[in-house]
Design a protein. Structure first.
Length: 524
Protein backbone atom coordinates (compact mmCIF):
# COMPACT_ATOMS: atom_id res chain seq x y z
CA UNK A 1 0.00 0.00 0.00
CA UNK A 2 1.19 3.50 -0.56
CA UNK A 3 0.02 6.99 0.00
CA UNK A 4 -2.43 8.14 -2.65
CA UNK A 5 -1.94 11.33 -4.63
CA UNK A 6 -4.96 13.61 -4.34
CA UNK A 7 -4.50 14.98 -7.81
CA UNK A 8 -5.91 13.19 -10.87
CA UNK A 9 -3.49 13.07 -13.78
CA UNK A 10 -4.75 14.26 -17.13
CA UNK A 11 -2.83 11.66 -19.08
CA UNK A 12 -1.53 8.20 -18.43
CA UNK A 13 2.05 8.30 -17.23
CA UNK A 14 4.80 6.00 -18.39
CA UNK A 15 4.40 4.19 -15.10
CA UNK A 16 0.72 3.70 -15.81
CA UNK A 17 1.53 2.37 -19.27
CA UNK A 18 3.94 -0.04 -17.65
CA UNK A 19 1.21 -0.97 -15.20
CA UNK A 20 -1.09 -1.92 -18.06
CA UNK A 21 1.52 -4.31 -19.35
CA UNK A 22 2.13 -5.70 -15.87
CA UNK A 23 -1.59 -6.13 -15.30
CA UNK A 24 -2.03 -7.96 -18.59
CA UNK A 25 0.96 -10.18 -17.85
CA UNK A 26 -0.30 -11.06 -14.37
CA UNK A 27 -3.76 -11.87 -15.65
CA UNK A 28 -2.32 -13.95 -18.48
CA UNK A 29 -0.21 -15.91 -16.03
CA UNK A 30 -3.15 -16.33 -13.66
CA UNK A 31 -1.24 -14.71 -10.82
CA UNK A 32 -3.75 -11.92 -10.31
CA UNK A 33 -1.37 -9.87 -8.19
CA UNK A 34 -0.88 -12.58 -5.58
CA UNK A 35 2.24 -14.46 -4.69
CA UNK A 36 2.49 -17.62 -6.76
CA UNK A 37 3.99 -19.35 -3.75
CA UNK A 38 1.12 -18.50 -1.42
CA UNK A 39 -1.61 -19.62 -3.81
CA UNK A 40 -4.05 -17.31 -2.06
CA UNK A 41 -5.54 -16.08 -5.34
CA UNK A 42 -7.24 -19.43 -5.73
CA UNK A 43 -9.21 -18.98 -2.48
CA UNK A 44 -11.38 -16.17 -3.75
CA UNK A 45 -15.00 -17.19 -4.21
CA UNK A 46 -18.15 -15.98 -5.87
CA UNK A 47 -20.80 -17.58 -3.71
CA UNK A 48 -23.80 -16.90 -5.97
CA UNK A 49 -25.02 -14.54 -8.67
CA UNK A 50 -24.04 -11.06 -7.53
CA UNK A 51 -26.59 -8.35 -6.88
CA UNK A 52 -25.61 -4.75 -6.33
CA UNK A 53 -23.07 -4.62 -3.46
CA UNK A 54 -24.22 -2.64 -0.44
CA UNK A 55 -21.46 -3.44 2.05
CA UNK A 56 -17.86 -4.67 2.21
CA UNK A 57 -16.36 -6.11 5.40
CA UNK A 58 -12.59 -6.48 5.76
CA UNK A 59 -11.50 -8.82 8.56
CA UNK A 60 -7.99 -7.89 9.72
CA UNK A 61 -7.14 -11.03 11.68
CA UNK A 62 -8.53 -13.33 9.00
CA UNK A 63 -7.04 -11.25 6.16
CA UNK A 64 -10.27 -11.60 4.24
CA UNK A 65 -12.78 -9.34 2.50
CA UNK A 66 -16.47 -10.22 2.12
CA UNK A 67 -18.93 -8.41 -0.12
CA UNK A 68 -22.65 -8.36 0.66
CA UNK A 69 -25.70 -7.44 -1.40
CA UNK A 70 -29.29 -7.14 -0.18
CA UNK A 71 -29.60 -10.91 0.21
CA UNK A 72 -26.27 -11.73 1.86
CA UNK A 73 -22.67 -12.54 1.00
CA UNK A 74 -21.85 -12.67 -2.70
CA UNK A 75 -18.05 -12.47 -2.91
CA UNK A 76 -15.08 -13.37 -0.76
CA UNK A 77 -11.31 -13.06 -1.25
CA UNK A 78 -8.04 -12.92 0.71
CA UNK A 79 -6.37 -9.58 1.35
CA UNK A 80 -3.13 -8.14 2.67
CA UNK A 81 -3.53 -5.20 5.04
CA UNK A 82 -1.05 -2.92 6.82
CA UNK A 83 2.07 -4.33 8.40
CA UNK A 84 3.36 -3.44 11.87
CA UNK A 85 3.69 0.32 12.18
CA UNK A 86 1.47 0.82 9.15
CA UNK A 87 -1.62 -0.95 10.48
CA UNK A 88 -4.85 -0.57 8.53
CA UNK A 89 -7.22 1.08 11.03
CA UNK A 90 -10.35 -0.73 12.13
CA UNK A 91 -13.35 1.50 11.52
CA UNK A 92 -16.20 2.62 9.30
CA UNK A 93 -15.39 4.02 5.86
CA UNK A 94 -16.91 4.38 2.40
CA UNK A 95 -15.62 4.60 -1.16
CA UNK A 96 -14.89 8.24 -2.01
CA UNK A 97 -12.98 7.85 -5.30
CA UNK A 98 -12.32 5.21 -7.98
CA UNK A 99 -9.43 5.12 -10.46
CA UNK A 100 -8.64 2.16 -12.67
CA UNK A 101 -4.98 3.17 -12.93
CA UNK A 102 -3.27 4.91 -10.04
CA UNK A 103 0.29 5.34 -8.84
CA UNK A 104 1.59 6.34 -5.43
CA UNK A 105 3.30 9.70 -5.10
CA UNK A 106 5.32 8.37 -2.14
CA UNK A 107 6.57 4.88 -2.98
CA UNK A 108 8.46 3.97 -6.15
CA UNK A 109 6.78 0.56 -6.39
CA UNK A 110 3.37 1.97 -5.52
CA UNK A 111 1.30 0.90 -8.53
CA UNK A 112 -2.31 0.62 -7.41
CA UNK A 113 -4.56 -0.79 -10.15
CA UNK A 114 -8.34 -0.69 -9.63
CA UNK A 115 -7.94 1.74 -6.75
CA UNK A 116 -10.98 2.52 -4.60
CA UNK A 117 -10.12 5.25 -2.11
CA UNK A 118 -11.41 5.09 1.48
CA UNK A 119 -9.64 8.18 2.90
CA UNK A 120 -8.24 11.25 1.19
CA UNK A 121 -5.01 10.79 3.15
CA UNK A 122 -4.18 7.54 1.40
CA UNK A 123 -5.96 4.35 2.48
CA UNK A 124 -7.60 2.40 -0.32
CA UNK A 125 -8.65 -0.93 -1.73
CA UNK A 126 -6.50 -1.90 -4.73
CA UNK A 127 -4.88 -4.85 -6.49
CA UNK A 128 -1.50 -5.90 -5.18
CA UNK A 129 0.79 -8.69 -4.03
CA UNK A 130 -0.64 -11.01 -1.35
CA UNK A 131 2.10 -12.79 0.61
CA UNK A 132 -0.36 -14.40 3.03
CA UNK A 133 0.15 -11.86 5.83
CA UNK A 134 -0.24 -8.12 6.50
CA UNK A 135 2.39 -6.47 4.30
CA UNK A 136 1.11 -3.15 2.96
CA UNK A 137 1.68 0.42 4.08
CA UNK A 138 -1.92 0.61 5.24
CA UNK A 139 -3.97 -0.10 2.12
CA UNK A 140 -6.02 -3.23 1.57
CA UNK A 141 -4.44 -5.26 -1.22
CA UNK A 142 -6.75 -7.47 -3.27
CA UNK A 143 -6.14 -10.25 -5.79
CA UNK A 144 -5.91 -8.70 -9.25
CA UNK A 145 -8.91 -10.44 -10.85
CA UNK A 146 -11.03 -9.84 -7.74
CA UNK A 147 -10.02 -6.16 -7.60
CA UNK A 148 -11.12 -5.70 -11.21
CA UNK A 149 -14.41 -7.51 -10.61
CA UNK A 150 -15.14 -5.49 -7.48
CA UNK A 151 -14.19 -2.22 -9.21
CA UNK A 152 -16.81 -2.89 -11.87
CA UNK A 153 -19.52 -3.68 -9.29
CA UNK A 154 -19.22 -0.90 -6.73
CA UNK A 155 -20.51 2.66 -6.63
CA UNK A 156 -19.08 5.67 -4.85
CA UNK A 157 -20.40 5.82 -1.30
CA UNK A 158 -20.55 2.06 -0.72
CA UNK A 159 -19.85 1.36 2.95
CA UNK A 160 -16.62 -0.46 3.84
CA UNK A 161 -16.21 -1.77 7.40
CA UNK A 162 -12.75 -2.76 8.61
CA UNK A 163 -13.11 -5.03 11.64
CA UNK A 164 -10.64 -6.80 13.87
CA UNK A 165 -12.53 -10.11 13.80
CA UNK A 166 -14.82 -11.00 10.93
CA UNK A 167 -18.43 -9.97 11.45
CA UNK A 168 -21.53 -10.64 9.39
CA UNK A 169 -24.72 -8.58 9.01
CA UNK A 170 -27.98 -9.64 10.63
CA UNK A 171 -31.51 -8.60 9.74
CA UNK A 172 -33.11 -6.31 12.30
CA UNK A 173 -36.45 -4.65 12.94
CA UNK A 174 -37.00 -1.88 15.46
CA UNK A 175 -39.46 1.02 15.80
CA UNK A 176 -36.58 3.52 15.92
CA UNK A 177 -35.25 2.54 12.49
CA UNK A 178 -36.27 5.22 10.04
CA UNK A 179 -38.79 4.86 7.27
CA UNK A 180 -39.82 7.21 4.50
CA UNK A 181 -42.70 9.46 5.43
CA UNK A 182 -45.62 8.99 3.05
CA UNK A 183 -47.76 11.75 1.66
CA UNK A 184 -49.91 11.92 -1.40
CA UNK A 185 -48.96 13.33 -4.74
CA UNK A 186 -48.18 17.02 -4.59
CA UNK A 187 -51.03 19.14 -5.91
CA UNK A 188 -50.48 21.17 -9.05
CA UNK A 189 -50.34 24.81 -7.92
CA UNK A 190 -52.89 27.26 -9.31
CA UNK A 191 -51.69 29.28 -12.26
CA UNK A 192 -50.43 32.71 -11.24
CA UNK A 193 -48.99 35.66 -13.03
CA UNK A 194 -45.29 35.45 -13.76
CA UNK A 195 -44.54 38.41 -11.48
CA UNK A 196 -46.32 36.91 -8.48
CA UNK A 197 -44.29 33.67 -8.41
CA UNK A 198 -40.88 33.55 -6.77
CA UNK A 199 -38.01 31.90 -8.62
CA UNK A 200 -38.13 28.99 -6.18
CA UNK A 201 -41.87 28.56 -6.65
CA UNK A 202 -41.46 28.82 -10.39
CA UNK A 203 -38.80 26.11 -10.30
CA UNK A 204 -41.03 23.89 -8.18
CA UNK A 205 -43.95 24.51 -10.49
CA UNK A 206 -41.82 23.61 -13.47
CA UNK A 207 -40.05 20.54 -12.16
CA UNK A 208 -42.03 19.23 -9.19
CA UNK A 209 -45.70 19.96 -9.57
CA UNK A 210 -46.73 16.91 -11.56
CA UNK A 211 -44.45 14.35 -9.93
CA UNK A 212 -44.08 12.84 -6.44
CA UNK A 213 -41.65 14.40 -4.02
CA UNK A 214 -39.14 12.46 -1.89
CA UNK A 215 -41.90 11.36 0.50
CA UNK A 216 -44.37 10.14 -2.13
CA UNK A 217 -45.90 6.67 -1.99
CA UNK A 218 -44.44 6.05 -5.44
CA UNK A 219 -41.18 5.69 -3.55
CA UNK A 220 -37.62 5.23 -4.59
CA UNK A 221 -38.20 3.49 -7.92
CA UNK A 222 -40.32 6.38 -9.17
CA UNK A 223 -37.71 8.91 -8.12
CA UNK A 224 -35.02 6.88 -9.84
CA UNK A 225 -37.11 6.89 -13.00
CA UNK A 226 -37.56 10.64 -12.71
CA UNK A 227 -33.82 11.03 -12.18
CA UNK A 228 -33.09 8.98 -15.31
CA UNK A 229 -35.58 11.08 -17.27
CA UNK A 230 -34.03 14.31 -16.05
CA UNK A 231 -30.58 13.00 -16.99
CA UNK A 232 -31.84 12.19 -20.49
CA UNK A 233 -33.32 15.68 -20.75
CA UNK A 234 -29.99 17.16 -19.64
CA UNK A 235 -28.13 15.17 -22.29
CA UNK A 236 -30.56 16.43 -24.94
CA UNK A 237 -30.20 20.00 -23.66
CA UNK A 238 -26.41 19.69 -23.82
CA UNK A 239 -26.66 18.45 -27.40
CA UNK A 240 -28.92 21.37 -28.36
CA UNK A 241 -26.54 23.77 -26.66
CA UNK A 242 -23.57 22.36 -28.58
CA UNK A 243 -25.50 22.74 -31.85
CA UNK A 244 -26.64 26.27 -30.94
CA UNK A 245 -23.12 27.35 -30.03
CA UNK A 246 -21.75 25.86 -33.24
CA UNK A 247 -24.43 27.69 -35.26
CA UNK A 248 -23.66 30.95 -33.44
CA UNK A 249 -19.95 30.49 -34.14
CA UNK A 250 -20.61 29.86 -37.84
CA UNK A 251 -22.95 32.85 -38.06
CA UNK A 252 -20.45 35.10 -36.32
CA UNK A 253 -17.72 33.92 -38.68
CA UNK A 254 -19.91 34.56 -41.72
CA UNK A 255 -20.83 38.00 -40.40
CA UNK A 256 -17.16 38.80 -39.89
CA UNK A 257 -16.38 37.62 -43.43
CA UNK A 258 -19.12 39.76 -44.96
CA UNK A 259 -17.94 42.74 -42.88
CA UNK A 260 -14.40 42.28 -44.19
CA UNK A 261 -15.77 42.17 -47.75
CA UNK A 262 -17.73 45.37 -47.08
CA UNK A 263 -14.63 47.13 -45.82
CA UNK A 264 -12.68 45.99 -48.90
CA UNK A 265 -15.39 47.30 -51.22
CA UNK A 266 -15.49 50.59 -49.34
CA UNK A 267 -11.73 50.89 -49.87
CA UNK A 268 -12.07 49.99 -53.57
CA UNK A 269 -14.81 52.61 -54.03
CA UNK A 270 -12.70 55.25 -52.29
CA UNK A 271 -9.81 54.46 -54.65
CA UNK A 272 -12.13 54.57 -57.67
CA UNK A 273 -13.58 57.92 -56.57
CA UNK A 274 -10.04 59.28 -56.22
CA UNK A 275 -9.26 58.05 -59.73
CA UNK A 276 -12.44 59.72 -61.05
CA UNK A 277 -11.52 63.00 -59.39
CA UNK A 278 -8.07 62.80 -60.95
CA UNK A 279 -9.61 62.13 -64.40
CA UNK A 280 -11.92 65.11 -64.01
CA UNK A 281 -8.97 67.31 -62.99
CA UNK A 282 -6.98 66.23 -66.06
CA UNK A 283 -9.99 66.90 -68.32
CA UNK A 284 -10.34 70.39 -66.91
CA UNK A 285 -6.66 71.20 -67.48
CA UNK A 286 -6.39 69.56 -70.92
CA UNK A 287 -5.85 72.06 -73.84
CA UNK A 288 -5.13 69.80 -76.78
CA UNK A 289 -7.90 68.03 -78.66
CA UNK A 290 -6.13 64.67 -78.56
CA UNK A 291 -5.34 64.96 -74.86
CA UNK A 292 -8.86 66.12 -74.18
CA UNK A 293 -10.27 63.01 -75.87
CA UNK A 294 -8.05 60.74 -73.77
CA UNK A 295 -9.12 62.61 -70.62
CA UNK A 296 -12.79 62.22 -71.55
CA UNK A 297 -12.32 58.47 -72.07
CA UNK A 298 -10.45 58.13 -68.75
CA UNK A 299 -13.21 60.00 -66.94
CA UNK A 300 -15.93 57.85 -68.48
CA UNK A 301 -14.06 54.69 -67.51
CA UNK A 302 -13.49 55.94 -63.96
CA UNK A 303 -17.14 56.93 -63.62
CA UNK A 304 -18.29 53.50 -64.77
CA UNK A 305 -15.96 51.89 -62.25
CA UNK A 306 -17.32 54.08 -59.46
CA UNK A 307 -20.91 53.17 -60.40
CA UNK A 308 -20.01 49.46 -60.45
CA UNK A 309 -18.29 49.60 -57.06
CA UNK A 310 -21.13 51.57 -55.51
CA UNK A 311 -23.55 48.84 -56.59
CA UNK A 312 -21.22 46.19 -55.15
CA UNK A 313 -20.99 48.19 -51.92
CA UNK A 314 -24.77 48.36 -51.56
CA UNK A 315 -24.96 44.59 -52.11
CA UNK A 316 -22.25 44.07 -49.46
CA UNK A 317 -24.14 46.27 -47.01
CA UNK A 318 -27.30 44.20 -47.50
CA UNK A 319 -25.29 41.00 -47.01
CA UNK A 320 -23.72 42.34 -43.81
CA UNK A 321 -27.12 43.31 -42.46
CA UNK A 322 -28.53 39.89 -43.27
CA UNK A 323 -25.53 38.10 -41.73
CA UNK A 324 -25.77 40.32 -38.64
CA UNK A 325 -29.42 39.43 -38.16
CA UNK A 326 -28.60 35.72 -38.55
CA UNK A 327 -25.74 36.06 -36.05
CA UNK A 328 -27.96 37.89 -33.55
CA UNK A 329 -30.64 35.22 -33.83
CA UNK A 330 -28.02 32.49 -33.42
CA UNK A 331 -26.55 34.24 -30.39
CA UNK A 332 -29.98 34.57 -28.83
CA UNK A 333 -30.68 30.91 -29.58
CA UNK A 334 -27.40 29.99 -27.88
CA UNK A 335 -28.39 32.07 -24.84
CA UNK A 336 -31.78 30.34 -24.73
CA UNK A 337 -30.10 26.94 -25.11
CA UNK A 338 -27.74 27.82 -22.26
CA UNK A 339 -30.65 28.78 -20.03
CA UNK A 340 -32.48 25.57 -20.98
CA UNK A 341 -29.37 23.51 -20.27
CA UNK A 342 -28.90 25.23 -16.90
CA UNK A 343 -32.53 24.52 -16.04
CA UNK A 344 -32.15 20.90 -17.10
CA UNK A 345 -28.94 20.61 -15.05
CA UNK A 346 -30.70 22.03 -11.99
CA UNK A 347 -33.61 19.63 -12.49
CA UNK A 348 -31.25 16.66 -12.93
CA UNK A 349 -29.29 17.61 -9.82
CA UNK A 350 -32.49 18.05 -7.80
CA UNK A 351 -33.78 14.67 -8.99
CA UNK A 352 -30.43 13.05 -8.14
CA UNK A 353 -30.41 14.56 -4.64
CA UNK A 354 -33.82 13.04 -3.96
CA UNK A 355 -32.44 9.54 -4.56
CA UNK A 356 -29.19 9.89 -2.61
CA UNK A 357 -29.11 7.85 0.59
CA UNK A 358 -28.90 9.60 3.93
CA UNK A 359 -26.26 8.81 6.56
CA UNK A 360 -26.97 9.40 10.24
CA UNK A 361 -24.27 9.21 12.91
CA UNK A 362 -24.98 9.18 16.65
CA UNK A 363 -21.91 9.60 18.83
CA UNK A 364 -21.96 8.79 22.54
CA UNK A 365 -18.63 10.57 22.84
CA UNK A 366 -19.95 13.92 21.58
CA UNK A 367 -23.62 13.38 22.54
CA UNK A 368 -24.59 14.63 19.11
CA UNK A 369 -26.46 13.47 16.03
CA UNK A 370 -25.06 14.25 12.57
CA UNK A 371 -26.81 13.81 9.22
CA UNK A 372 -25.18 13.76 5.79
CA UNK A 373 -26.72 13.30 2.36
CA UNK A 374 -24.50 12.82 -0.66
CA UNK A 375 -21.44 13.58 1.53
CA UNK A 376 -22.94 16.96 2.44
CA UNK A 377 -23.88 17.84 6.04
CA UNK A 378 -27.58 18.69 6.30
CA UNK A 379 -28.25 18.53 10.05
CA UNK A 380 -26.43 18.45 13.36
CA UNK A 381 -27.85 18.66 16.85
CA UNK A 382 -27.83 17.20 20.35
CA UNK A 383 -29.14 13.72 20.96
CA UNK A 384 -30.28 12.01 24.14
CA UNK A 385 -28.45 8.80 25.01
CA UNK A 386 -29.77 7.14 28.12
CA UNK A 387 -27.10 6.00 30.61
CA UNK A 388 -24.59 8.00 28.61
CA UNK A 389 -21.75 6.97 30.92
CA UNK A 390 -22.06 3.33 29.82
CA UNK A 391 -20.65 1.94 26.55
CA UNK A 392 -23.22 1.55 23.79
CA UNK A 393 -21.08 -0.27 21.21
CA UNK A 394 -20.54 0.53 17.53
CA UNK A 395 -23.17 -0.60 15.03
CA UNK A 396 -23.87 0.13 11.37
CA UNK A 397 -27.53 -0.23 10.43
CA UNK A 398 -28.18 -0.26 6.66
CA UNK A 399 -31.48 0.19 4.81
CA UNK A 400 -31.29 -2.69 2.36
CA UNK A 401 -34.47 -2.41 0.29
CA UNK A 402 -38.05 -1.11 0.46
CA UNK A 403 -40.60 -3.35 2.13
CA UNK A 404 -43.96 -3.06 0.37
CA UNK A 405 -45.47 0.38 -0.23
CA UNK A 406 -45.81 1.56 3.37
CA UNK A 407 -42.50 3.40 3.50
CA UNK A 408 -40.91 0.69 5.65
CA UNK A 409 -37.41 -0.48 4.81
CA UNK A 410 -35.71 -3.80 5.40
CA UNK A 411 -32.67 -3.16 7.61
CA UNK A 412 -29.52 -5.10 8.41
CA UNK A 413 -26.98 -4.39 11.14
CA UNK A 414 -23.28 -5.10 11.62
CA UNK A 415 -21.47 -4.68 14.92
CA UNK A 416 -17.79 -3.83 14.96
CA UNK A 417 -17.15 -6.43 17.70
CA UNK A 418 -18.65 -9.75 18.73
CA UNK A 419 -19.42 -8.43 22.21
CA UNK A 420 -20.19 -4.80 21.35
CA UNK A 421 -20.20 -3.25 24.84
CA UNK A 422 -17.51 -5.45 26.41
CA UNK A 423 -14.89 -5.85 23.71
CA UNK A 424 -13.10 -9.15 24.09
CA UNK A 425 -9.28 -9.23 24.09
CA UNK A 426 -7.42 -10.29 20.98
CA UNK A 427 -7.38 -14.04 20.60
CA UNK A 428 -4.63 -16.03 18.94
CA UNK A 429 -7.09 -18.52 17.47
CA UNK A 430 -9.07 -18.00 14.31
CA UNK A 431 -12.25 -19.88 13.55
CA UNK A 432 -12.30 -18.72 9.92
CA UNK A 433 -15.98 -17.77 10.03
CA UNK A 434 -17.79 -14.46 10.35
CA UNK A 435 -19.70 -14.02 13.58
CA UNK A 436 -23.33 -12.98 13.25
CA UNK A 437 -24.04 -9.57 14.75
CA UNK A 438 -25.72 -9.67 18.16
CA UNK A 439 -29.18 -8.37 17.24
CA UNK A 440 -30.22 -8.03 20.89
CA UNK A 441 -27.28 -5.71 21.54
CA UNK A 442 -28.09 -3.74 18.39
CA UNK A 443 -31.70 -3.31 19.56
CA UNK A 444 -30.52 -2.33 23.04
CA UNK A 445 -28.41 0.45 21.47
CA UNK A 446 -31.45 1.75 19.61
CA UNK A 447 -33.50 1.62 22.81
CA UNK A 448 -31.05 4.00 24.50
CA UNK A 449 -31.32 6.73 21.85
CA UNK A 450 -33.91 9.49 22.03
CA UNK A 451 -34.38 11.34 18.75
CA UNK A 452 -35.44 14.98 18.68
CA UNK A 453 -38.65 15.46 16.64
CA UNK A 454 -36.96 17.85 14.21
CA UNK A 455 -34.20 15.30 13.58
CA UNK A 456 -36.72 12.57 12.84
CA UNK A 457 -38.56 14.96 10.53
CA UNK A 458 -35.37 15.71 8.58
CA UNK A 459 -34.31 12.08 8.35
CA UNK A 460 -37.65 10.43 7.54
CA UNK A 461 -38.08 12.47 4.37
CA UNK A 462 -34.98 11.04 2.70
CA UNK A 463 -34.58 7.37 3.69
CA UNK A 464 -33.84 5.15 0.69
CA UNK A 465 -31.92 1.90 0.10
CA UNK A 466 -28.31 2.46 1.05
CA UNK A 467 -29.22 4.87 3.83
CA UNK A 468 -27.48 4.08 7.08
CA UNK A 469 -27.48 4.76 10.79
CA UNK A 470 -24.25 4.54 12.80
CA UNK A 471 -24.35 4.39 16.59
CA UNK A 472 -20.96 4.47 18.26
CA UNK A 473 -19.05 5.16 21.43
CA UNK A 474 -16.54 6.95 19.15
CA UNK A 475 -16.67 10.46 17.75
CA UNK A 476 -16.27 11.38 14.09
CA UNK A 477 -12.74 10.82 12.81
CA UNK A 478 -10.60 13.67 11.55
CA UNK A 479 -10.98 12.00 8.16
CA UNK A 480 -14.64 13.07 8.08
CA UNK A 481 -14.75 16.15 5.90
CA UNK A 482 -15.43 17.47 2.44
CA UNK A 483 -16.45 14.79 -0.07
CA UNK A 484 -16.65 11.99 2.52
CA UNK A 485 -19.35 10.13 4.34
CA UNK A 486 -18.84 9.62 8.07
CA UNK A 487 -15.50 8.07 9.00
CA UNK A 488 -15.36 6.41 12.42
CA UNK A 489 -12.16 4.82 13.73
CA UNK A 490 -12.00 2.31 16.58
CA UNK A 491 -9.80 4.00 19.18
CA UNK A 492 -8.72 0.75 20.84
CA UNK A 493 -7.09 -0.68 17.70
CA UNK A 494 -3.71 0.07 16.04
CA UNK A 495 -3.88 3.06 13.70
CA UNK A 496 -0.39 3.15 12.22
CA UNK A 497 -1.54 3.92 8.69
CA UNK A 498 -3.43 6.99 9.91
CA UNK A 499 -0.68 8.19 12.23
CA UNK A 500 1.92 8.26 9.46
CA UNK A 501 -0.47 10.28 7.31
CA UNK A 502 -0.86 13.33 9.47
CA UNK A 503 -3.03 15.77 7.58
CA UNK A 504 -3.16 19.52 7.63
CA UNK A 505 -6.33 20.89 9.28
CA UNK A 506 -8.99 21.62 6.70
CA UNK A 507 -10.57 25.06 6.48
CA UNK A 508 -13.85 25.08 8.35
CA UNK A 509 -15.93 25.94 5.33
CA UNK A 510 -14.70 22.84 3.43
CA UNK A 511 -17.26 20.81 5.31
CA UNK A 512 -19.39 23.54 6.87
CA UNK A 513 -20.64 25.53 3.85
CA UNK A 514 -23.61 27.89 3.92
CA UNK A 515 -26.29 27.34 5.07
CA UNK A 516 -24.52 24.95 7.48
CA UNK A 517 -21.89 27.42 8.72
CA UNK A 518 -22.04 27.68 12.46
CA UNK A 519 -22.70 23.99 13.07
CA UNK A 520 -20.36 22.35 15.51
CA UNK A 521 -17.12 21.10 13.97
CA UNK A 522 -16.58 17.41 13.28
CA UNK A 523 -13.07 17.70 14.75
CA UNK A 524 -14.08 16.35 18.17
Amino acid sequence: MSRISTRSKSSVSLAAVGLLGLTAALLALGLGGASAKSGREGRQEQLRAAGKPVLAIVALRDQRISIYDAEGKILEAPVSTGSVGYETPAGIFSIVQKKELHSSNLYEDGEMPFMQRLTWTGIALHAGVLPGRPASHGCIRLPMAFAQQLFDLTDLGMRVLIVRDDMGPSDITHPALFKSKLVGKEPIPARRSEHSVSSKAASEARFGASEPNARSARSWQTLQSIGASRTTELEAANEKLRDARAAATRAASEEAGSTRLLRAREANLANAETALAEAERRLETSTEVQSNARAEAAKAKALARVDELRAQLETAKLQVEAKREVAERATEAARAATAARDGAADAAEAAKRKTLPVSVFISRKTQRLYVRKGNTPIYEGPVEIREAQKPIGTFVYTAVEPRGTSGDMRWSVVAMYRTPTNIEPVSQTRDGHAAATDVAAAKAALDRVGFAPEALEAISEIVWPGSSLIISDEGPSRETGKDTDFVVVMSGEPQGALKIRQREPRPMDWFDPPPFRGLRSFWN
